[in-house]
Design a protein around this ligand. Structure first.
Ligand SMILES: *[C@@H]1O[C@H](CO)[C@@H](O)[C@H](O)[C@H]1NC(C)=O
Length: 113
């Protein structure tokens, strides 16, 4: 069975707004077996309009957009079978995938804009 190693990094956005807005990704590394489901955690804190994104960076490549949340449905479908759910009560925007493939090995970025 293949072991998948995923590096998770948070991007902290200091906006022009004086209020502190940030995201926290509590798990620096997540490893799962191929075919398993995956959940990457992201907590956010914000003081105003809420735009949340997940980006992926595959080894040796640039950033690739996965999905974004503005408003409306709390579950957002992205590309490559990824989805994320915003839970305002716990300030989370976790990324999920049902069945991961070894090619999902990458850095995943939760971004607040
Ligand atoms: C972060 O998100 C988790 C769910 O993934 C939630 O249980 C927890 O309360 C959140 N933590 C904070 C500090 O908001």
């Amino acid at each position: 069975m293949l072991l998948l190693l995923i590096l998770v990094l948070g991007i902290h956005f200091a906006l022009r707004d004086a209020r502190a807005q940030s995201v926290t990704q509590p798990d620096p590394y997540v490893s799962v077996s191929e075919g398993d489901s995956l959940e990457l955690r992201c907590n956010y804190s914000y003081g105003g309009a809420l735009y949340l994104f997940w980006y992926v960076q595959y080894p040796g490549q640039g950033f690739q957009f996965l999905l974004r949340y503005y408003s409306g449905d709390t579950v957002v479908q992205g590309i490559k079978g990824f989805e994320a759910e915003i839970k305002k009560r716990e300030s989370s925007f976790n990324l999920r995938k049902q069945s991961v493939h070894w090619s999902d090995t990458a850095k995943y970025f939760c971004v607040l804009g």
